[in-house]
Design a protein around this ligand. Structure first.
Ligand code: HXC
Length: 514
């Protein structure tokens, strides 16, 4: 037995070295940590329980008999983050570039299945060249096994992917099926295939960073939700994110001990919205004032900046925040911001996070590029997501709520529970200029003094619609509130709605515009 124990210890120690010391040195030289070092950063100390440490592949062709490494390029198991259970896997680039094999798939799928059964989040730390080329169709099928589990787990347990190296093929498609993607600046890349293959196939010359770096996917494609400066920051972000989320879809998100006065009023909100409604202001100021101090964790911060989405707390309870941002493109709803909002609303609904919507949008973005790009289809996602969501929904019209965007952005007809408005709200089918041009074109053409008549008509329109009173009169707005009291109103409303029960008609699933 003594010998057997020594043998086991030796094998376990070898497994700890992954692809060997020189590969570990290479990894460090690239500014990256090893899979085990990453897990140490992520998990509460001493909580990691590893599974499958000694698993290896059985392949002998392509010289693979000499390339057997215990663990086969992924470290899997369970641990705790801030005392809460999580399932984790970390790919090991030092072993065959972290390439995904049949054995990797068995290991990752095993922890995913246990995580689903026990209702605990799954976190993947990815650093992989994708399907292991030497395994052919077996590694492709292995990815298929992972994808189907990603999809089955979607909306049941939170799934977070952290990209920590060059990730290709399945190492980007699996994350794309999860809830959040965090990328590490300068060392992580995501692409379906790398610059070499692109050069061969399309002739395009592109470097790793331009093709698939953190900026490419946080700013341009919207594939990633967060960019972290380094691996430590990425792990911290995952912990911060998890603190807002329930363990699974049958739990409520965890409340933290309240630390901010629920009745706190911020008088500056009463003067934040400029008199001139074409002037911008920063919706972030509203968010940081209304929600618990410092609690806003912005998601997709660099993508489609005309919308803001993120997690925050009200009196310690986590909520999802959706807002238009007048600082960018006047807060218009375009293709990208529609995608951003719709996805986030669906996430919140899946995981029991009440949705607070702050509205200031001149409408859906007009233009040929938007129409041909499918603004109809993408814009419809916002309507679909809000209508379908059964979590508590509260909206506050801060300023403009024009046209279709008024309806889409959590109007009462989207099954919003409570609709508030600030006195600065403007709710109309369209802005004054456009409306007057359509309604009074003939009259203005015939008028002896068109400029004066135009001014009169504009003033009349503004008097009617540049306030929330006719909407309140018709019951479309439940209450017009003083901006400085917004925090308390939301906290009180959420207290009422906390036990809300509603459902959708029985169906297999709807056909969401995608
Ligand atoms: C087997 C792989 C591999 C792979 C990398 N390696 N990718 N081995 N299968 N897919 C090995 C390399 O041979 C090398 O081994 C080691 O990992 C490190 O790789 P390098 O190329 O030296 O590293 P680097 O220069 O940092 O480049 C990393 C990389 C590049 C960008 C990931 O390796 C690459 O382009 N790999 C292929 C990416 C790809 O096109 N994958 C698509 C898979 S298809 P040695 O022993 O020489 O050091 C797929 C389908 C999924 O995933 C289905 C989707 C729907």
């Amino acid at each position: 037995m003594k010998d057997k124990l020594a043998e086991l210890r030796e094998m376990r120690a070898k497994a700890k070295l992954g692809g060997g010391q020189s590969r570990i040195d290479d990894q460090h030289a690239k500014g990256k940590l090893t899979a085990r070092e990453r897990l140490d950063l992520l998990l509460d100390s001493g909580t990691f329980q590893e599974l499958g440490r000694l698993a290896t592949h059985n392949q002998s062709d392509f010289g693979m008999a000499e390339k057997k490494f215990p663990g086969d390029g992924v470290v899997t198991g369970f641990g705790k983050i801030d005392g809460r259970r999580v399932a984790v896997y970390a790919q090991d680039f030092t072993i065959l570039g972290g390439s995904f094999s049949e054995v990797q798939s068995h290991k990752v799928c095993k922890i995913m299945e246990l995580a689903m059964e026990s209702g605990i989040p799954v976190i993947g730390l990815l650093d992989s060249g994708g399907a292991r080329i030497q395994e052919g169709v077996r590694s492709l099928a292995a990815y298929g096994e992972l994808f189907v589990r990603n999809v089955m787990a979607s909306g049941v347990i939170p799934q977070i992917s952290v990209q920590m190296g060059p990730c290709a093929g399945g190492a980007v498609y699996s994350p794309a099926l999860t809830d959040f993607i965090v990328m590490v600046r300068k060392t992580s890349y995501m692409f379906i295939t790398g610059p070499d293959v692109i050069r061969a196939v399309t002739g395009e010359q592109v470097d790793f960073d331009t093709l698939g770096g953190a900026a490419a996917h946080n700013v341009n494609s919207g594939v990633a939700h967060f960019a972290a400066d380094d691996e430590l920051a990425a792990c911290r972000l995952v912990k911060e994110l998890l603190a807002y989320l329930p363990q699974n879809n049958s739990e409520d998100p965890p409340r933290v001990t309240p630390y901010d006065d629920p009745a706190r009023q911020d008088a500056s909100l009463d003067h934040l919205v400029p008199e001139d409604s074409s002037q911008p202001y920063d919706m972030r100021q509203v968010i940081s004032s209304v929600f618990d101090r410092g609690s806003f964790l912005e998601v997709h911060a660099h993508y489609a900046r005309n919308a803001l989405v993120g997690l925050a707390r009200l009196d310690g309870f986590p909520v999802g925040v959706v807002a238009n941002q007048p600082m960018h493109l006047a807060g218009v709803l375009d293709i990208d911001s529609s995608d951003k909002i719709a996805r986030f609303v669906r996430f919140c609904d899946a995981f029991n996070l009440p949705i607070i919507t702050l509205v200031d949008t001149p409408g859906y973005m007009p233009g040929v590029a938007q129409e041909h790009g499918g603004i109809i289809r993408h814009g419809a996602k916002v309507i679909y997501a809000y209508c379908e969501a059964t979590v508590p929904k509260i909206s506050v019209v801060v300023r403009k709520a024009m046209g279709g965007a008024y309806i889409a952005m959590s109007s009462k007809q989207m099954r919003t529970d409570l609709a508030y408005a600030w006195p600065s709200a403007e709710i109309a089918v369209m802005g004054p200029e456009g409306a007057i041009n359509i309604l009074y074109r003939e009259e203005l053409r015939k008028s002896a003094d068109p400029a004066t008549r135009r001014r009169e008509l504009l003033q009349d329109y503004v008097d009617r619609f540049h306030n929330p009173y006719s909407a309140a009169d018709m019951g479309q707005i439940d209450e017009i509130i003083e901006p400085s009291s917004t925090r308390l109103r939301l906290i009180n409303a959420l207290e009422v709605l906390r036990s809300k029960v509603t459902s959708n008609p029985a169906k297999k699933h709807g056909v969401m515009p995608v």
